[in-house]
Design a protein around this ligand. Structure first.
Ligand SMILES: *Cc1c(COP(=O)(O)O)cnc(C)c1O
Length: 393
């Protein structure tokens, strides 16, 4: 049921994609399990298959649980329609597949999520699509790279691992001059802190695994399109048999209800932790766009309404023993992939793969996810880790 456009985002998170009167008054949309969906007359069966009928003819095309999440996400992102995928990466790759043909040229940010980069340089290349990486700081200067056959400009802001903020409106303006589509990975900010369609994006991708699910217990992706891109996106998802399971959808809907309270706390903890770490002599640089010293801060302030809890620190050059001293005594930070759950994480990163500008730090890069714990405890745990490392140099 569409919500009034006058409602604030926090209200939409609580009420979007819910209709208790359709489910015996139950507050939450149930996890519908189903492959076959039966009709009781020929007319009903045929009407099921008409375009625009929200009730699908087969479970693979979605259940009321699927539609509830897709409706809520499309509304939050400010797009036309959303479609879910079994992982965030599947949402990234199918958004590209939806738009590309052999002979097309893709411009992709050099700071893109690693597996998306790998998909472009292996699978897309094999199918005759050329991907060129661009400086995340390009902004309107991307004009010089756009060709008549540029079909997609793929952005991610801030970028994975290195957190450069991109000037999305300027990039979108240039892309649209040649009718290219702008695809954005909007996972870091979530639809709460960045409104992609107000900034010129055509398809916005969420790794719902992260903040939307929010509890590290499900993998899920979603892509939201404007009216121009939607038919292509929906078609490719159907052609490739993409669908998502009922429990994961249910967990994402449940996560959505608390997205605002969680993200505000992740934001606050992340900034306080980043500021504390910036003062430690073992930290060469903090990569966090909400810090005034960050190169992307001005654009972040202009375009975003908040920050998530994910950022990175570049450490002073230390050997393997130093890095082990840092990680091995951490009590509150788990060493693990993914992020966006309630618990804090620290991850040793390889030097980021770059085509345009080489990564310039000599020391190791550590990605940090500030969870929902007490910020004082997080600062103490991580300061102790840096102290342990300092003792060894
Ligand atoms: C984690 C992540 C993905 C992929 O999500 P999965 O659900 O793990 O497949 C895509 N983009 C970004 C920015 C991510 O951090």
């Amino acid at each position: 049921m569409p919500l009034s456009s006058l409602l604030d985002c926090e209200t939409r998170l609580v009420h979007g994609g819910r209709d208790p009167s359709s489910h015996a008054g139950m507050v939450n949309t149930p996890a519908f399990r189903g492959s076959t969906i039966v009709a009781s007359s020929l007319d009903e069966w045929e009407s099921r298959k008409l375009p625009g009928n929200p009730y699908a003819s087969y479970g693979r095309f979605g259940t009321p649980t699927t539609r509830a999440l897709e409706t809520a996400l499309a509304d939050l992102e400010g797009g036309f329609r959303s479609i879910v995928f079994p992982s965030g990466l599947a949402a990234c790759t199918h958004s590209l597949l939806a738009l590309l043909r052999p002979g097309d040229h893709v411009l992709m940010t050099d700071s893109v999520y690693g597996p998306t980069r790998a998909f472009a340089t292996t699978v897309l290349r094999r199918f005759g699509v050329e991907t060129e990486f661009f400086d995340p700081g390009a902004g309107a200067a991307i004009r010089e790279l756009i060709r008549p056959n540029t079909r997609v400009v793929y952005v991610e802001s801030p970028g994975s691992a290195t957190f450069e903020v991109q000037d999305i409106p300027a990039i979108a303006r240039e892309a649209h001059r040649v009718d290219a589509f702008v695809v954005m990975d909007n996972t870091w900010a979530s639809p709460l802190f960045f409104k992609p369609f107000e900034h010129g994006v055509d398809i916005s991708v969420q790794a719902a695994t992260k903040y939307i699910v929010g509890h590290s217990d499900a993998l899920l992706g979603a892509a939201t399109a404007n009216e121009r891109a939607w038919p292509l996106l929906q078609q490719v998802a159907h052609d490739f048999g993409q669908t998502a399971g009922p429990d994961d959808l249910y967990l994402a809907l449940r996560g959505l209800r608390t997205l605002s309270v969680r993200l505000n706390r992740h934001w606050e903890n992340g900034v306080m932790l980043a500021e504390a770490l910036a003062r430690h002599p073992m930290v060469a640089q903090v990569l966090h766009p909400a810090l005034p010293s960050d190169a992307g801060h001005a654009i972040w302030r202009r375009d975003f309404t908040g920050a998530s809890g994910l950022f990175a620190i570049a450490l002073q050059p230390v050997g393997r023993e130093g890095l082990r001293a840092f990680f091995d005594g951490l009590e509150l930070f788990g060493i693990g992939l993914s992020w966006g759950g309630y618990e804090s994480l620290a991850l040793p990163m390889d030097a980021p793969t770059r085509s345009v500008k080489p990564w310039r730090h000599a020391g190791p890069l550590v990605r940090i996810h500030a969870g929902l714990e007490s910020c004082k405890d997080l600062i103490e745990d991580m300061s102790a880790a840096l102290d342990r490392m300092q003792c060894l140099v």
